[in-house]
Design a binder for this molecule. Sequence first.
Ligand SMILES: NC(=O)C1=CN([C@@H]2O[C@H](COP(=O)(O)OP(=O)(O)OC[C@H]3O[C@@H](n4cnc5c(N)ncnc54)[C@H](OP(=O)(O)O)[C@@H]3O)[C@@H](O)[C@H]2O)C=CC1
Ligand SMILES: O=C([O-])CC(=O)C(=O)O
Length: 259
Amino acid sequence: MIDVAVVGCGAIGRVVAGALHAGEVPGARLAGVVDPRGAGGLPLLPLDEAIDRAGLVVEAAGQRVLADIGPRVVASGRDLLAVSVGALTDPALLRRLRDAGPGAVHLTTGAVGGLDLLRSAARMAPLDRVRIVTTKRPAALVQPWMDEDEAARLRTAGAPVEAGRGPAREIAAAFPRSANVAAAVALAVGDWDAVEAVMVGDPAADLTSHVITAAGAAGEYRFEIRNRPAPDNPATSEVVPYAVLKAVEDLATRTGGFR
Ligand SMILES: NC(=O)C1=CN([C@@H]2O[C@H](COP(=O)(O)OP(=O)(O)OC[C@H]3O[C@@H](n4cnc5c(N)ncnc54)[C@H](OP(=O)(O)O)[C@@H]3O)[C@@H](O)[C@H]2O)C=CC1
Ligand SMILES: O=C([O-])CC(=O)C(=O)O
């Protein structure tokens, strides 16, 4: 049985911690939740105690928190399941997490699919022309670094507007609550520079979409994902905590079963 600590009790962490606490994940149980805002009735722990008690720490709190706590978690010998994978745009953090050990780092597939096939194709030969176009409700894409005009252009958009376009490394850092998937694609193809990310705000986007395209010697790929936004955080797709729970279950039941 793995004891799991969940850091961050928002749209993702609350569902993950709730399912673990209710005994819904074979081989895993909740050690506690870390969140300065509280844990909505779930057992709340200070970070140090959570790391102490857990075999696996799930980060579901944001890119800055992953950067702050990640190296410490793996250095303590606990495994880390990272949700805010856009933090890995920082090469120094990526290196520290890779080298820190003895705990291992696992990444959730989060809001997207197709990463396994992209990884296989890139292993055969480098992929080029990799792109991810993310379309969400415009308000979810407003960022603190935007000037008034840019933020207003998004907030009042009556039609789709491009909010950002560039290398996955830049876009995943510029939209930390919305473009972790761009980092996930770059990590899957093993090349930050090969992946272009485009962020679109669309007032008619009832569903959040991620369209991933890639081409290379292995073939041509197009994955279109259309996710329902989480009711309490429209920047996050509702399916994400279930991707986390699937990863926790896979880690907890490494022997036997079908994946
Ligand atoms: N890989 C993927 O596909 C996806 C990744 N994400 C990533 O997951 C993150 C979490 O998403 P979501 O649950 O929707 O976000 P929420 O904002 O709903 O929840 C995050 C929670 O973490 C809390 N928190 C902040 N700092 C800390 C800290 N130091 N320790 C513990 N808890 C803390 C927040 O509190 P407060 O509000 O007070 O800051 C909040 O309660 C996003 O920021 C994003 O980076 C999201 C969607 C998809
Ligand atoms: O949940 C989503 O659809 C994607 C997202 O916010 C992210 O990658 O940060």
